[in-house]
Design a protein around this ligand. Structure first.
Ligand code: GLU
Length: 304
């Protein structure tokens, strides 16, 4: 079938999965395709499938969107186990992880503005990738630090990862290697950052296999570093290729309505599954059929 995926080893220790949308916009076809695959990875292995709403960025969360996202998942037949978890109700867990990092001496305050980081990051900085934080506030002299702390200016908190390299084998993308910069774990508005919250939640919810869009692949080395540093289990990863629009652009949540129309669930599943080689174009497969095909695909794992 066209667009068929190749599964690379090794399989995770357990296959409990999840879908974790941010309720900032309606799910588009690419998001739904990722959700379908996350569901199929879990269900084909007879494992749990969880849904978590990543609603920490209160400035971007929009009312009513979460309910629409859950209705879209249910409409496709992607049932989930247990109650839906909301990150906005789990601050205590993130605070605990932050304290552990602070105790280990791995946190420092950062006063850089976005434009300062952009300017500093565009200068060459050894092995750090483009856009990575170059460590401007990492080792401020004590007097300067005290002065800034007295100024009362809001500070972000960053980890001291020092450009360590992380390598892993992604189940869909194959071998991946990345450098970990000193990323933010708590923003200057005191919101816990995505990378911290996602690692804490995936561990606390015992997620074994993380299936999500390939736009998050570059965050994964940071998350793996956090897992190791916090002594948490390391899940498996499968980053789903992004769905591109007809003109080759990445589609955004605001493009959600294109092509979905009033399609019935089997037709919509067919469109989503045919893009990843699990259905023929025009087919309207049942979930059981897709689970059977997914089992076959998982059984034909290749070595990375
Ligand atoms: N909340 C993220 C998003 O909607 C997904 C995070 C994840 O799956 O790790 O893009």
């Amino acid at each position: 079938m066209r667009g068929a995926l190749t599964i690379r080893g090794p399989a995770p220790v357990h296959a409990d999965g999840r879908f974790a949308p941010s309720p900032t916009g309606t799910l588009h076809l690419g998001n739904l395709r990722t959700a379908l695959l996350a569901w199929l990875f879990a269900r084909a292995a007879g494992a749990r499938f969880l849904v978590r709403l990543e609603d920490l960025d209160t400035g971007r969360v929009r009312p009513g969107i979460a309910e629409g996202q859950l209705a879209d998942l249910a409409g496709l037949g992607l049932c989930w186990d247990g109650p839906v978890v909301r990150q906005s109700e789990r601050h205590a867990l993130y605070a605990e992880a932050l304290v552990a990092l602070e105790r280990a001496g791995l946190i420092y305050p950062c006063w850089c503005t976005r434009s300062e980081i952009r300017a500093a990051a565009s200068a060459p900085h050894g092995p750090l990738p483009d856009g990575a934080y170059p460590g401007t506030c990492r080792d401020l002299p004590a007097a300067e630090l005290a002065l800034r702390q007295r100024s009362g200016r809001p500070t972000a908190l960053r980890v001291r990862a020092d450009g360590v390299r992380e390598a892993f084998v992604d189940r869909l993308c194959g071998p991946v290697e990345g450098v970990v910069d000193d990323f933010v774990v708590r923003r200057s508005d005191r919101a816990y950052a995505y990378n911290l919250a996602v690692v804490v939640d995936d561990a606390q919810q015992e997620v074994g296999e993380i299936v999500r869009g390939a736009d998050l692949l570059e965050s994964t080395p940071r998350q793996r570093w956090l897992q190791r540093t916090l002594g948490l289990p390391e899940p498996g990863y499968a980053h789903v290729p992004l769905l591109l629009s007809d003109d080759g652009h990445r589609i955004a949540k605001r493009d959600a309505t294109e092509a979905r129309g009033d399609l019935a669930a089997p037709q919509l599943r067919g469109i989503l599954a045919s893009g990843v080689g699990l259905a023929e174009p025009g087919e309207a497969p049942s979930l059981d059929t897709l689970i059977t095909r997914m089992r076959t695909l998982l059984a034909t794992e290749v070595t990375a």
